[in-house]
Write a protein that binds this ligand. Sequence first.
Ligand code: PLP
Length: 400
Amino acid sequence: MKTVKAKSLHTSVIHAGQAPDPLYGGVSVPIYQSSTFAFESAEQGAARFAGKEKGYIYTRIGNPTIAALEESLAVLEGGRGCLATATGMAAVSTVYTALLGRDTHVIGTDSIYGPSRTVVEKEFSRFGVASDFVDTSDLGNIERCLRPDTKLLFIETPANPTLAITDIAACARLAHERNILLAVDNTFSSPVLQNPLAMGADVVIHSLTKFINGHSDVVGGAIITEDGDLFERLRKVLILMGGTMDPHQAWLVLRGVRTLALRVEKSQDSAGPLARWLAAHPKVRWVNYPGLEDHPQHTLARKQMKGFGSMICFGLHGGYEAGRKMINAVRLCTLAVSLGGIESLIQHPASMTHAGIAKEKREMAGITDDLIRLSVGCEGLEDLQDDLAQALEHVEPTGV
Ligand SMILES: Cc1ncc(COP(=O)(O)O)c(C=O)c1O
């Protein structure tokens, strides 16, 4: 595969891993929709299994189309190796499985994507894994939870859905002083806006389902690292557990990647003005967007991100009921979970994505019942603003 050393990410998203097909010159990477690969002889098969000869064996172990996507994502995140996975949760679970076990402890961001927390608290706990999920935007909270058996610090920044920002470089220092590995879920930023490996993270995770694919038509995940030994450990677990990607899925994501930078920039260009417009609206009680000066970690976001992204959270004066009235009234935005697609999506985490977490724990993590999450897409800003304005007309001036 072609590794492009480009100065601009706009170049890398198009060319990294996406060289013309050497067989016929197809400009789009071919879909190698084959579960298995023929050997020329028994000796060749044996050599491939023994790792003495390069070449494909079986798609759960490796596939050229999936390898092209892995090459692309490794370049975009500045890592040496990438593993594409069936879903974002397969990436998260592979990292947990590889790095945790009996009598180990993980510290995570409390407002992390709901299932990334639930899978530890409900499933990995059955195998002796202990955990603490805290507000990692305050490093003191992490320090207070450290234990001799802590092996992993798993942060999501900006977090889902509170948009709390955690200091990646400070977490890397804190973790590495104690031989703890730092994993960062970079889904909300995409490699366009944030590169955690460059700030000292050991592992980066993505749900490709979101910005990287960007068309709300594929699920997928990825794990990227710079460390060769860690990569081999993760690869072994992924192949054994079977959470690998399918070639057609990889091809669709490769197509999405080519417009990643354009999409992220376009949606972000609308998100800033929309956040400010919402903040000034009389029916809106609060707005949370890292680009607003009153965001608690605005200065940190400015330092560690290349842009503030296109996720906005807000609450109305009328709380839960007013919020539900509003999201039921949108016409252009789609009422759906997920994020990072070309179309704007709006949802209510307390009754949807984070409903599996007890109300008390949700509220401790800042996921209040009135929180509405908006993933700004690539539509025109004026049309989005008109849609939110008409939806807010359905809410009484007093709130509800
Ligand atoms: C931040 C984040 N990480 C991980 C995931 C899990 O990804 P998937 O749904 O592709 O399994 C999601 C899904 O919403 C997410 O938002």
